[in-house]
Structures are given as structure tokens and as C-alpha cells.
Design a protein around this ligand. Structure first.
Ligand code: F6R
Length: 608
């Protein structure tokens, strides 16, 4: 949610900032801008829309020829104020001396705006951010020091923020501060960077410093000093970046999304090899410190796709562990009485590890003394700070805004942790345990088989793209897969897709069905199958085109059918998620959508 880059060194800053922003585009793409500290004058360039629009503005204004070597840049995901040039960052103070970029939300911006307006300050945008730039500028007028002005002003700002700030009179430094929004410093040789996320720094520096909440970094060309709110110096750990620059390449695929879908068998194999050897579960890089004897209930909090992975876990774990597993939408968790205490295990699931809703929910659970576990793809992310146990997902960097491989890795984690817990609390026989491990080990090859038939799914997408709305339905373990299918289809193709428990159709949604409303049913083996088939017949009787996805085709009710290899019903979500991802991908492709960067979305949602 908004990407920030700052650079101070010897190179032409425009190029450095654009390179960094390009690799952060997944965080927002409503507008973009950069500010340069050029011969003690601040110059700002902005464009609405994607980074390519900013490139065009920079070429037109010959910004590339600017000799400045200090600057900050931003790509925006709009919160306050529509995507426009006025609302784009960087925001400049009215005297033109102080400039900043911001990620997060200033909750008391209206009050600050009013106070500043009363003092005669004129506002030019609808953003919450602009209140901060004028507040910093007012404080600067009083003390003449950027560091002090920022420290003074911060005590008046409520909310979440990562600010990166420059002043024309202090061209030797960039100031970076954060609270509940990520920022990292990239440490180079006689040059330093600041950014919202590591991809901005790949190929540029090998070492980084993670800034923590309430810390301020004073970044100069040849040194970085981190201080606390009182100005005391803090010794920070300098960490090596482990990601390779090629993780942000499409490797010949048309889109990151397809590349990431196709990476899933390898990711799953790797996760299973890490955690399962010789019929035993190993923690490997996962740190699990749970007092199992105390756990009376499990609560999982998450959003979006991660929430769907959690819903699969509920179905599987309740069957295996025989304890209640409650799934909560993270953004709702904080407003209700959750009845959790030290006998609750609260699990937060977040690919990015930066989702504000999930982090806030975990903070609240921690106050209630629950044991906290986190499943995340980013072990360097903010969410980890609130966890007693941390399970890395090991899906690799996911660039496409629509989550695919991280979903697979979340499911994989829930399966192996479920088996691990089942053993811990003696709820499974040795035979049943090894049968389950064997079923799990066979999944990657079965996913490869699905991927090898993806041309058929592509041909189905040609038809699907002609409908304005689609219904997904399922029963059992794959109801969450149906929810995920609807989310995936709507977020990248913009076709209105909804998912229902198949039994619920007749209680209302069936009124929607006619020949213009395809119904896609997700099948698994077992007792749900005949009932789901009947629901397909009911849809057909209302003239809806019916598409089936699952094991062997078992009826002529279907207008089309995507066959997947057989597996045990409880493991089938690992298989069925692949054709629904491909169907969404190819439908969006057929509609010429911007697949990796769907409108209005961002990869990392750092606001509540
Ligand atoms: C959809 C998608 C989102 C995320 C949600 C939570 O494809 O990616 O629904 O799943 O924003 O994000 P994380 O997992 O980073 O907490």
C-alpha cells in the first residue's frame, strides 16, 4: 500500500528512484512522483496513473539531466482523495522547502488541518498526508533543524505512518520515520537508500537495516544513524539480503500471475521436503512454541485469500484435532467480544505480514494473553513482532497482486502444522498418519498434471469472458475454494463472481439463475458429491450453463468439465485451487485486463 524509495549518494537520483519504484509497483499504482534536492532547491515531478506516466513527464521536463544525487519517490494507493496529480506524493510545504512522502493513514488529519488552516496555512490536496508536511514545516520554522522538527511534529500525529522527508537547507540527509508501516534502509558504499520493501533495493545493496516503530533514521551518503523518540542513538542490526535480483523477473511468462501459478508444484514440494521426512514432521525454519496442553480453542484471523486458506484449515483441523477452530475476518475481530484468553491459540495468516487489519487483531489477542502464531511469507515483516510462534511460508516473493502461490503455501503450512499438532495431542494412529503424509506427498505431481492441461482451461475462458456474472458453489472442504475462485475471478477479470455453499442456492441465490448466469461447481469425493450433483441439476433446470471442476466426470449435466486427479477429499483444496486460478487468469487475459496490477488494488494493505 504505497511504495516509498529514497536515495542519497553519487548517482543521478532520478534513475535510482525510478528503478526502485518500478520494483514496488505492486504496492500501488494510482499515481507516482519524485522530489529532488537540486542545488538547494526542491523540485517535484508527479503524474497520475502508472509509473510509465511519470516517466513520460520526466522525459518531457528533461528531469533525467538534473544533476541531483538526493531524492525521494512514491507510488500511491489512494486512501484520502482520488488519484490525481494534486493528491500524488511527494507533498511540498508552502515555502517550497520541505518535502515528504508518506505511507499509512493520519487519523487526526482533520483536526491538524483545521489547526493549520486557522494559522493561515493553505492546503492544495484532499490527502491526510498534506497535514503532516505543513506541520513539519511549521515546526521547522521554530527550530531550524529537520530532525528536531520531525520529532516535535510526530508527537502530534496519530495513526500509521512511514514518512521519508527532505529539506532544501539540509541537502546532506534524508529523514525516515515509521509507526505501523514498513520501512527499511539499504546500506551501500558511499550511498544509502530507504524503501518500503526489499524488492526496491535488489541489485543495489546487499545489506539492510529494518527500522522499527517509533524509530527515526538520519540517512546521509556515508552513514546512517537510527535514533529513538528522544533522540538517543540505537544500535541496529545490519542484515544481509537473502533474495536474488532475478526473483522479480517474469522468466519468459506473459504475467507474474501465470509464473507464480506454475511455481506451485515446486513450492509445495520444497515445503513438504522441509517439514516431512521419514514419516516424521520437522519444524525446520518454523519456530513453534505452543503450550499444547493449554489450547482449548484455535482462532484464525486473516483477510482475503489468506482468510480462505484459514477456512480450509478449520475444516481439516476440526476433523483431525477435534477442537473448535474459529475463523474471524481480521477487520471484524477487533469490534467483537472474542472470548479468548491464555487457553486460546490465535493464528494470524498474512502473505505480506503487513496487513493492518490482521496485525491489529493480533495485538488485541495478545492483550487477552492468547498464544500467538503467525504464518507469513515475509519473516522480516511487521506481523512477526507480535508472534510467539512464526511459520515461514517459503513461497518466494509474490509480485502479482492476486495471491496464488502464497495461498498454496498457506494451505501446505496448515496441513503440515495440523498433522504436527495431531501427533502432539495423540489424536491419530501411526497408520492413518503415514497414509496422510503419503497423500500429501503425491499432490505436487498431480498439480503438474493439472497445469499440463491448462490449454483446455484457456479455451473455456474464451466462453466465460462473455458473461457479466458467475456463481461458484461447493460443499465440504472446497467451499473455501469456491470463495477463493470468486475472489480471484472478480479481482482480475472484473466479472461479478459470488460463491455459495451449494445447499444455500435454493434459499435465495437461485433466483439469479438463467442462461446468462453460469454456475461452476467444485467437486470432491465423498458424501457431498451426490448432493452437489443434484444442485447442478437444479441449476441446469433454470437454464444456467453448468461447469464442473473435480475428479472424474460423473454426469452429463455439465456443459464443460475440468478434470483433476483423484485425491482424498480433505486434501483436494490443494488441487482444486489450481484450475480456479487458471480460469481467472485466462478469463482476465481474454478480456485484456491488467492482470498483475488489477484496478483499485495493492499487494500489501497497510491501512485498516
Ligand atoms: C487476493 C489477495 C488479497 C490478500 C489480502 C490479505 O488475491 O491477495 O485478498 O489475500 O489482502 O493479504 P495478506 O495475506 O498479505 O495479509
Amino acid at each position: 500500500m504505497c511504495g516509498i524509495v529514497g536515495y542519497i549518494g553519487n548517482n543521478a537520483v532520478t534513475e535510482e528512484l525510478l528503478n526502485g519504484l518500478k520494483n514496488l509497483e505492486y504496492r500501488g499504482y494510482d499515481s507516482a512522483g519524485i522530489a529532488l534536492n537540486d542545488n538547494q532547491k526542491i523540485v517535484v515531478f508527479k503524474a497520475s496513473g502508472k509509473l510509465t506516466n511519470l516517466n513520460a513527464v520526466l522525459s518531457e521536463k528533461k528531469a533525467q539531466s538534473c544533476s541531483s544525487t538526493v531524492g525521494i519517490g512514491h507510488i500511491r494507493w489512494a486512501t484520502h482523495g482520488k488519484p490525481s496529480i494534486e493528491n500524488a506524493h511527494p507533498h511540498l510545504s508552502n515555502d517550497g522547502n520541505l518535502v515528504l512522502v508518506h505511507n499509512g493513514i493520519i487519523e487526526n488529519y482533520k483536526e491538524l488541518r483545521q489547526q493549520l488552516t486557522n494559522k493561515g496555512v493553505v492546503f492544495h490536496s484532499q490527502t491526510d498526508t498534506e497535514a503532516a508536511v505543513h506541520l513539519f514545516a511549521e515546526e521547522y520554522k521554530k527550530c531550524g533543524s529537520l530532525e528536531q522538527a520531525v520529532r516535535k511534529a510526530l508527537s502530534q500525529i496519530k495513526g500509521a505512518f512511514a514518512f521519508v522527508i527532505m529539506h532544501h537547507a539540509e541537502p546532506d540527509k534524508i529523514i525516515a520515520v515509521r509507526k505501523n508501516a514498513p520501512l527499511i534502509i539499504g546500506c551501500g558504499n558511499n550511498e544509502n537508500y530507504v524503501a518500503s520493501d526489499i524488492p526496491a533495493l535488489l541489485g543495489k545493496v546487499k545489506h539492510i537495516i529494518h527500522l522499527d516503530d517509533d524509530e527515526m533514521a538520519v540517512i546521509k551518503k556515508d552513514n546512517v544513524t537510527v535514533k529513538d523518540v528522544l533522540g538517543n542513538i540505537i544500535q541496529k542490526k545490519i542484515e544481509k539480503i537473502s533474495l536474488q535480483p532475478d526473483v522479480i523477473s517474469k522468466n519468459g511468462y506473459a504475467h507474474f500471475m501465470l509464473k507464480e501459478i506454475c511455481e506451485q508444484p515446486a513450492i509445495l514440494r520444497n515445503v513438504l521436503q522441509k517439514h516431512i521426512q521419514n514419516n516424521e514432521i520437522f519444524l525446520d525454519d518454523a519456530k513453534i512454541v505452543v503450550h499444547w496442553e493449554k489450547v482449548r480453542k484455535v482462532v484464525i484471523v486473516a483477510c482475503g485469500t489468506s482468510l480462505h486458506a484459514a477456512m480450509v484449515a478449520k475444516k481439516v483441523w476440526e476433523e483431525w484435532l477435534k477442537i473448535p477452530v474459529i475463523i474471524e475476518v481480521a477487520s471484524e475481530f477487533i469490534y467483537q467480544n472474542n472470548l479468548i484468553d491464555e487457553n486460546s491459540l490465535v493464528i494470524g495468516v498474512s502473505q505480506s505480514g503487513e496487513t493492518a487489519d490482521t496485525i491489529t487483531a493480533l495485538k488485541q489477542a495478545k492483550i487477552c494473553k492468547a498464544q500467538i502464531m503467525v504464518l507469513t511469507n515475509r519473516i522480516d515483516s511487521s506481523i512477526v513482532r507480535y508472534a510467539d510462534s512464526v511459520v515461514p511460508l517459503n513461497a518466494g516473493v509474490e509480485i502479482s497482486v492476486a495471491a496464488t502461490k502464497s495461498y498454496m503455501a498457506q494451505l501446505a503450512a496448515f496441513y503440515w502444522i495440523g498433522l504436527f499438532m495431531t501427533q502432539k495431542i495423540n489424536k491419530i494412529s501411526c497408520l492413518a498418519f503415514s497414509e496422510k503424509l503419503q497423500t500429501l506427498r503425491e499432490i505436487p505431481e498431480k498439480i503438474e498434471e493439472i497445469l499440463s492441461h491448462r490449454q483446455y482451461i484457456e479455451s473455456l475462458a474464451q466462453k466465460l469472458k462473455t458473461y457479466a456474472a458467475v456463481v461458484f458453489m461447493a460443499r465440504g472442504f472446497n467451499l473455501p475454494t469456491a470463495y477463493e475462485a470468486a475472489l480471484k475471478l472478480k479481482e482480475i477479470s472484473y466479472i461479478n463472481a459470488n460463491a455459495y455453499p451449494a445447499g444455500e442456492l435454493k434459499h435465495g441465490p437461485i433466483a439469479l439463475l438463467d442462461e446468462q448466469m453460469p454456475v461452476i461447481a467444485l467437486f470432491e469425493e465423498g458424501e457431498t458429491k451426490p448432493k452437489l450433483l443434484s444442485n447442478c441439476e437444479e441449476a441446469k433446470a433454470r437454464y444456467a450453463p453448468v461447469i464442473g471442476i473435480g475428479g472424474k466426470r460423473c454426469s452429463d449435466v455439465f456443459d464443460a468439465y475440468i478434470e483433476t486427479p483423484d485425491t482424498d477429499a480433505c486434501f483436494s483444496p490443494l488441487l482444486l485451487c489450481v484450475p480456479i486460478q487458471l480460469l481467472a487468469y485466462y478469463t482476465a487475459k481474454a478480456l485484456h485486463r491488467e492482470i498483475d496490477q488489477p484496478r483499485n488494488l495493492a499487494k500489501s494493505v497497510t491501512v485498516e
